[in-house]
Design a protein around this ligand. Structure first.
Ligand code: PEP
Ligand code: MG
Length: 568
């Protein structure tokens, strides 16, 4: 049996190659008494300038990609007055060496981010470590490895891979990477998905176990690394890799294709995004629109709530990039598992059943109005649809819509243009809305079913609680029946229905959803082509029969067993 290392499946795909063991130089330093603070301040200034030059040249290499933006953030941090003055004060008042001052201040920032509950914010500590490493390398005159010089096929193995290191990777040679630390939302993981190379992070010890002469199989979908596999295993994986590459090549023909079944029933295939940074992948994969823009990431990225102008710029960018294609923006969905350090959310026994999403924004109307104004102002740049999350009653829908209409009037009174064609819809995530779908269908312009939440509210099981995860049954007939009820109610009123939860990306579920007559599916950008190929290879008439069969099942496991028979 070949030796195995396991970690978090950060980016899918298979890679087979020898390792490139990344050794970051030892950046430890000796504590010393400082007499000439001017000299230290000058050394610090120079290290900052050299770091900026490095980053600008890395940024040029990744020009016009999502990664370039990461380095904007790094450059901004190098100019952050609060940070710079904290370090210079340590040097001039506490008489610390430049190394010790940088280390102390940066470590306090790193600990602050690492202690945050939110996974996304927690991962931002990696960006600060990246910058710290760069400044320290200049102070200590130790060169950081230049990964852009790699010119043979390798898999990078590292304790950690910083965003700037990841940006240097040339995917013609670097077939994948494995790191000891990091999570699915760390920048290097996000970048691997964008670059389309497999990656496994958070293995805790890969860099200690893997040796220079090992042959590695990296299985990014399973989060597994096989070392020195037996020849039969190696051959199996070589075949898998060949199939994967030809599948990727084949899928390219679907980039500009429309999504429709063999018997010509159109399905809109939209993408879910969290930021304008995701747009490149959306466009490259030929998404027909944005089905869900989770705006809370805009709020999570800054130290305080983004201003109306900042939000307007982000929405405008997304709308302009998508042109005529629809862009469905969801208003702030905070609360539940998503917190914001600068907002005071109440301490609740059951946050998922508490003040979250539209319930919160209807309470904090000043915050809500800012977002609505930014959206309305941006509306003239494209095909905007606005939807409210976690609606459970008509009162909530009317109240949210009322605020939107008020802000529209206010803007027009201020002489600011607003589109007349904005559709207003709701997320369907609560059973109460499903039971009232026939009535809601008369009032809303569209429905978007959020199955991630719908499943937890249907089975009364917290989506984050492992003790009851067995009840989190997204493929249960109850869920599909609820979805069908919404589709029928909407279609009777000539309205459209989309599914934007994770279920929409699942091939088995896609058969049932399309069979039931769903109008749109909104999936991650990297699932677009697979989904399009899958739907285009099937006929609606066959899928309708599958949908009928699913409704006759009593349990999820029966559904899954039946559906798997149709997947090769
Ligand atoms: C959902 O609940 O399915 C959904 C798309 O919203 P989120 O996952 O952001 O709660
Ligand atoms: Mg939700």
């Amino acid at each position: 049996m070949s030796k195995q290392v396991a970690g978090i499946a950060a980016s899918k795909g298979i890679a087979i190659a020898r390792p490139y063991l990344l050794n970051t130089p030892d950046l430890s330093y000796e504590e010393k008494e400082i007499t000439e603070t001017d000299v230290e301040l000058e050394r610090f200034d120079q290290a900052i300038e050299k770091s900026k030059t490095d980053l600008e040249s890395i940024q040029k290499k990744v020009k016009n990609t999502d990664e370039a933006k990461i380095f904007d953030a790094h450059l901004l941090l190098l100019e952050d007055p609060e940070l710079i003055s904290a370090i210079t004060l340590k040097i001039s008042e506490e008489k610390l060496s430049a190394e010790a001052a940088v280390d102390e201040v940066m470590q306090s920032y790193i600990s602050m981010f690492e202690s945050m509950d939110d996974e996304y914010l927690k991962e931002r500590a990696a960006d600060i470590k990246d910058i710290t490493q760069r400044i320290m390398s200049h102070l200590l005159n130790k060169l950081l490895p230049d990964l852009s010089l790699i010119k043979e096929e390798v898999i990078i193995v590292a304790k950690d891979l910083t965003p700037s290191e990841t940006a240097q990777l040339d995917v013609r040679y670097v077939k994948g990477f494995i790191t000891d630390i990091g999570g699915r939302t760390s920048h290097s993981a996000i970048m691997a998905r964008t670059m389309g190379i497999p990656a496994i992070v958070g293995t805790s010890n890969a860099s200690e176990i893997i040796r220079q002469d090992d042959m590695i199989i990296l299985d990014g979908s399973r989060g597994e690394v096989l070392l020195n596999p037996e020849s039969s295993v190696l051959e199996d994986y070589q075949t898998k890799l060949r199939n994967e590459l030809s599948r990727k090549e084949l899928l390219k023909q679907y980039v500009n294709a429309s999504t429709q079944t063999k018997d010509n029933v159109k399905v809109n295939l939209f993408a879910n995004i969290g930021s304008p940074l995701d747009l490149e992948a959306v466009v490259n994969n030929g998404a027909e629109g944005i089905g869900l823009y989770r705006t809370e990431f805009l709020y999570m990225e800054s130290k305080q709530a983004p201003t109306e102008d900042e939000q307007y710029e982000a929405y405008k960018k997304v709308l302009e990039t998508m042109g005529d294609r629809p862009v469905t923006v969801r208003t702030l969905d905070i609360g539940g598992d998503k917190e914001l350090p600068y907002l005071t959310l109440p301490d609740e026994m059951n946050p998922f059943l508490g003040l979250r999403a539209v319930r919160y924004t209807l309470k904090e109307t000043a915050l809500f109005r800012i977002q609505l104004r930014a959206l309305l102002r941006a509306s003239i740049y494209g095909n905007l649809k606005i939807m409210f999350p976690m609606i459970s009653t008509f009162e909530e829908f009317y109240a949210a819509k009322q605020l939107l209409l008020e802000e529209k009037t206010n803007l027009r009174n201020e002489g600011i243009q607003v589109s007349d064609a904005i559709e207003i819809g709701i997320m369907v995530e609560t059973p109460s809305v499903i039971m009232m779908a026939d009535q809601f269908a008369k009032e809303v312009d569209f429905f978007s079913i959020g199955t991630n939440d719908l499943v937890q509210y249907t089975f009364a099981c917290d989506r984050m609680n492992e003790n009851v995860s067995y009840l989190y049954q997204a493929h249960h007939p109850a869920i599909f029946k609820m979805i069908e009820q919404v589709i029928e109610a909407a279609h009777r009123e000539g309205k459209q229905v989309s599914v934007c939860g994770e279920l929409a990306s699942d091939a088995t579920a896609q058969m049932v959803l399309v069979g039931m007559g769903i109008d749109s599916l909104s999936v991650s950008a990297s699932s677009i082509l697979e989904s399009r190929a899958f739907i285009n290879e099937r006929s609606k008439a066959d899928l309708e029969k599958i949908a009928v069969m699913v409704k006759a099942c009593r349990e999820e496991k029966e559904v899954v067993e039946q559906l798997n028979k149709y997947i090769d």
